[in-house]
Design a protein around this ligand. Structure first.
Ligand code: PMP
Ligand code: GLN
Length: 399
């Protein structure tokens, strides 16, 4: 009877039937049930800086944020976000009219799409795409038009085909949904790719929503370039950030939106009726986190780089083809050298075979066949956990 009433009409509406349970919940449950090392869902296994945790405790004890904070976010945090965008990227935003605090990037994505789309609009999104994009586009009654990032064997990265992108835009396209650094491929879009995206957006008068939650996780000299910095883009771009990834507090759910006043006002209208507000005391703590010295961000990145190389090396030794990511804390690997073709079946069997959990990239694709051989491993885990996981994978697969 699950999902049915006595009149046998399905409970879950048609817009959402394809989005049962997220893969992250499913795979984390599998990790717990099998006692496997969970390299599936992307969350760090160690909390962020102690002084930021203390800042949250202090806010809570001092009675700051225990009642509804202001709808747009507490002024301290909005000011810190504006300062961060200005210092890092030279993007100047008015904290009162151009910054909005949200319940994680997840709410920012939902509010932006619900606010900016009419039913029937088309959204061009990079595929593979983070799973909430598809669900939020569907909730808005719009439709998604995926443009597939394709593996570039020469450069060992997934790249955007600019002709495919242009061809995906129609008269019904309202919005380009970008994610850089990109989950799950680890691609950091280059200046050339982003310039082409910006030119297309300007030429076709499109809105751009850009998810930059991994902005501080870029490696090997790659540069994170916010699309809003490119010519003609500031007035049409909603930029999304989050404290979850940058400060390793994914449970606090503090995210934000920056953009021109009319865009932020639109997103705020939708956001008011989703959570209204969230995470009161944590907002004060994140305001402090955003003011941490550059050394915090450098050490965080260096730590993740060590972990990336440990996991990438281990996966290579186990026999996978590895796309060493230029950004994020995920590695996409190809299972075909192991004699496998189906990443789904591979991930379902992996706990039994190796005691490790990974995510099949196919869940992030409409063109399932394009994602079939790829699986995603998260490396935001302690060194000893990654060492144990790679040892298990080597034992299971290397001959
Ligand atoms: N966007 C991407 C690309 C993500 O990987 C995630 C997961 N952290 C989110 C958005 C959601 O972020 P938050 O936890 O801040 O809601
Ligand atoms: N963003 C995280 C990931 O990609 C998980 C977020 C979630 O569980 N929804 O793994």
């Amino acid at each position: 009877m699950t999902g049915m009433t006595s009149s046998s009409r399905p409970l879950l509406n048609r817009r959402l039937t394809e989005f049962g349970t997220t893969i992250f919940a499913e795979m984390s449950a599998l990790a717990v049930a099998t006692g496997s090392i969970n390299l599936g869902q992307g969350f760090p296994d160690r909390d962020g800086p102690e002084e930021i945790r203390e800042a949250a405790v202090r806010a809570l004890r001092d009675g700051r944020g225990n009642q509804y904070p202001p709808g747009p976010g507490v002024p301290e945090l909005r000011a810190a976000i504006a300062r961060h965008q200005a210092r890092r990227y030279g993007l100047s935003y008015d904290p009162d009219t151009e910054v909005l605090v949200t319940a994680g990037a997840t709410e920012a994505i939902a509010a932006a799409l619900l606010a900016l789309l009419e039913p029937g609009d088309e959204v061009v999104a990079l595929e593979p795409y983070y799973d909430s994009y598809a669900a939020c586009i569907a909730m808005a009654g719009a439709s998604r038009v995926p443009v597939t990032l394709r593996p570039d064997p020469e450069r060992a990265r997934f790249r955007l085909d600019l002709d495919e992108l242009r061809d995906a835009v129609t008269d019904r396209t309202r919005l380009l949904l970008i994610n850089t650094p990109h989950n799950p491929t680890g691609t950091v879009l280059t200046r050339a790719e982003l310039t082409a995206i910006a030119e297309l957006a300007v030429e076709r008068d499109l809105l751009v929503v850009t998810d930059e939650v991994y902005e501080h996780l870029v490696f090997d000299g790659a540069e994170h370039i916010p699309p809003a910095t490119l010519p003609g883009m500031r007035e049409r771009t909603v930029t999304i950030g989050s404290a979850g990834k940058t400060f390793s507090f994914t449970g606090w759910k503090v995210g934000w939106v920056t953009g021109a006043p009319d865009l932020v006002a639109a997103v705020r209208s939708a956001k008011q009726y989703l959570t209204y507000v969230a995470s009161g005391p944590f907002q004060y703590a994140v305001a402090e986190a955003l003011r941490l010295p550059d050394s915090y961000f450098e050490e965080f990145r260096a730590d993740m780089l060590t972990k990336r190389d440990l996991l990438a090396g281990g996966l290579e030794q186990a026999g996978f083809t590895v796309f060493r990511p230029a950004g994020t804390y995920f590695i996409t690997a190809d299972v075909r050298p192991l004699g496998e073709t189906d990443g789904f079946a591979f991930c379902r069997a992996l706990p039994e075979r190796a005691g490790v959990v990974a995510i099949p990239n196919a869940v992030f694709y409409d063109h399932k066949e394009a994602g079939a051989p790829y699986v995603r491993f998260a490396f935001c885990k302690r060194i000893e956990v990654l060492a144990d996981a790679t040892e298990r994978l080597r034992k299971a697969f290397a001959h």
